[in-house]
Design a protein around this ligand. Structure first.
Ligand code: GDP
Length: 202
């Protein structure tokens, strides 16, 4: 099983200006963004083969900070980088203003974060893209930023559902070539995702 070994929590930031002001090492960042409860924390834990590196939804919507994790380069094919956990959006118990503030933080991060090399937009395989996802996706496509659409909880689907959804996804080739269905629980396609991440370093 492939994973990023020895990943450690680095630091939490309240906003992008704080990141810009800090003297963080000039190494690439790969950011994970997604709706609250989409499986973002579980994915970080699966990628790093740890149980509690990112906190899963005991308190959904609580994480309002930008959390940096340091991924060392202890295999020849891996370069060191930061895995960045952006706050989950769309949590029902947040007010409209609070959700807007979160989106602002995410947009600012994607537009201005130093050394941002790739964005992983995670969403439940069974969901359709909504305006939040289109907004992130279109921004990245318009600004030539690497983006992958990571479709989570793939294990929850029956074979017939998978076939149906895959057919639907294939209707949009621009999206489809950037789409990876995964299961953090059953470790499905985590290796494929890791391969796509490390490709950006070469
Ligand atoms: P976050 O709010 O985006 O960080 O989402 P979490 O990682 O906390 O996951 C939300 C819920 O979905 C939790 O109950 C997880 O156990 C569940 N979950 C996450 N990934 C998977 C997966 O690959 N398969 C299944 N079956 N459940 C998952």
């Amino acid at each position: 099983m492939q994973f990023f070994p020895n990943v450690k929590f680095y630091k939490s930031f309240r906003n992008v200006s704080q990141i810009q002001q800090e003297k963080i090492p000039p190494i690439p960042a790969v950011a994970i963004v997604g709706r609250s409860n989409s499986g973002k924390s579980s994915l970080i834990n699966a990628l790093c083969n740890q149980k509690k590196l990112a906190l899963t939804s005991a308190t959904p919507g609580k994480t309002r900070t930008i959390n940096y994790f340091y991924v060392p380069s202890n295999k020849p094919q891996y370069k060191e980088f930061f895995l960045v956990d952006l706050p989950g959006y769309g949590f029902a118990q947040l007010s409209k203003a609070e959700n807007e503030q979160l989106h602002y933080m995410i947009d600012q991060y994607i537009a201005n974060a130093p050394f941002l090399k790739m964005i992983l937009l995670i969403m439940d395989s069974r969901r359709k893209l909504e305006k939040e996802e289109y907004s992130i996706l279109n921004y990245c496509l318009d600004h030539d930023k690497n983006i992958l659409l990571v479709r989570s909880k793939w294990d929850k689907l029956k074979q017939t559902e998978k076939e149906h959804i895959l057919k639907e996804w294939k209707n949009d080739p621009i999206l489809f070539e950037r789409t990876i269905p995964v299961s953090s629980l059953k470790k499905i396609h985590i290796d494929v995702l890791i391969k796509r991440i490390i490709e950006i370093f070469y």
